[in-house]
Design a protein around this ligand. Structure first.
Ligand code: NAD
Length: 389
């Protein structure tokens, strides 16, 4: 048996931002607060979102104070803005324009606006099935898949914990997937977010919670992204490759949201929280080594990932496809300039000191328990050692 949770509307394709007003109308939104950051304003994306809303008769205002890898501090600032309302009335919906950080910020605001409290009240193991304000997501990165997940990740500024928050309440009502908004992504963000999405699809496929529905989304996502991740890095204006990566990242989001992520994500969140490594990059630092460690427990599934990405030919034996997968993951990191934690500039003494706490936080998130090979805390500490340099 599996429970599947999905958004209600996805508008997809080049130019689909023009459909934002009609999606907002379908969600019953007539007074929207756009949740975004200064970069989205500079790029003109917020202006285009505002005009699409205005054409559909939706009143809107803008909160541009979201931060990358959001802490609760920026969420509290957003709540103040939300309370001010628009045209003398309360906002009745949120529109996130940006990457996973803006989308997760909107999700958190949606819940806090209706149910009150602090984000730490809503972290796992609590499951938030209560609904907040409707959220429409307009992703501008091809990575997190947050536009189609029942997940939000918010950092507690006091404990530095990247809190995993889950439940129906975090699923956006709808999303607009316009690949043209991703052409402006800097190379580094293109690479990090692309590997994040590949990690979502792979982890969903090997997860102990995988199911026939998530398997189809994961494999379709890998087929789209395997051949295109290097293309978008080398040729950022390649329309077909950008569209494939955006669709692939959304499908990967649907896959992991309905099957869970696993050990890579569990170990990645504490690296992001303690050392301010962007989420996709910390996944990328871990993916080859954690795959090598996990592989003996799911050889056939990992082989299918290699075939779906076009890295191993159909008909290749599982053993050969497994070797190709490990080799290709290492080469992908080299080609996309992914540093080790040491190469990123993390202080070695602090890394070593924090390994037990990071292992504890990784286990507490529940994600390692979905891995095909389940680690102990000591094994996670040992894996943090292996990826160091
Ligand atoms: P991001 O949203 O943090 O964006 C990274 C940077 O890129 C920002 O400075 C942003 O302004 C800029 N940017 C975004 N789009 C751009 C564009 N089109 N052109 C130019 N610049 C652009 O990055 P992200 O990887 O999308 O999101 C990361 C966050 O999402 C993390 O907090 C992570 O934990 C979370 N996450 C959430 C889920 C989920 O299901 N909710 C899944 C994975 C990760």
């Amino acid at each position: 048996m599996s429970t599947l949770v999905l958004p209600r509307i996805l508008e997809s394709g080049p130019g689909s931002l023009s459909r934002l007003g009609s999606v907002a109308g379908q969600a019953g939104i007539s007074r929207a607060l756009i949740i975004t950051d200064a970069t989205m304003i500079q790029l003109g994306y917020v202006e285009r979102a505002l005009s699409a809303l205005s054409e559909a008769g939706v009143a809107a205002a803008v909160f541009d104070g979201t931060e990358p890898e959001p802490t609760e501090t920026s969420i509290i600032a957003g709540l103040d803005c939300l309370k001010s309302g628009v045209e003398g009335a309360e906002f009745d919906g949120l529109i996130a324009v940006g990457g996973g950080s803006a989308i997760d910020s909107a999700k958190a605001l949606s819940i806090l606006a209706v149910h009150g409290g602090r984000m730490r009240d809503y972290k796992v193991p609590r499951i938030v099935d209560e609904l907040g304000l409707p959220v429409i997501a307009v992703p501008t990165t091809a990575g997190t898949g947050s536009e189609a997940t029942k997940v939000a990740v918010i950092t507690d500024p006091e404990s530095d914990e990247k809190m995993l928050c889950m439940g129906l309440g975090y699923m956006p009502f709808g999303a607009v997937l316009d690949p043209e908004l991703t052409y402006s992504l800097p190379k580094r963000v293109t690479a990090d977010t692309g590997i994040d999405a590949i990690t979502h699809a792979m982890e969903a496929y090997v997860s102990r919670k995988a199911n026939p529905f998530s398997d189809q989304q994961a494999l379709a996502a890998l087929r789209l992204m395997g051949p295109n991740i290097r293309r978008v890095f080398e040729d950022p204006q390649n329309a077909d490759a950008r569209e494939a990566m955006l669709l692939g990242s959304t499908l990967a989001g649907i896959a992991f949201s309905n099957a869970s992520v696993a050990l890579v994500h569990g170990m990645s969140r504490p690296i992001g929280a303690f050392f301010h490594v962007p989420h996709g990059l910390s996944n990328a630092m871990l993916l080859p080594e954690i795959t090598a460690w996990s592989l003996p427990s799911a050889q056939t599934r990992y082989a299918q990932c290699a075939r779906a990405m076009g890295w191993a030919a159909d008909g290749t034996s599982d053993a050969v496809a497994n070797d190709i997968l490990l080799e290709e993951l290492k080469m992908l990191n080299a080609d996309l300039g992914v540093p080790t934690p040491s190469g990123f500039g993390i202080e070695e003494a602090r890394w070593r000191q924090l390994r037990p706490l990071m292992a504890e936080q990784a286990l507490a998130s529940g994600s390692p328990g979905n891995n095909p090979r389940i680690p102990t805390a000591d094994e996670i500490v040992e894996l943090y050692d292996r990826v160091w340099a």
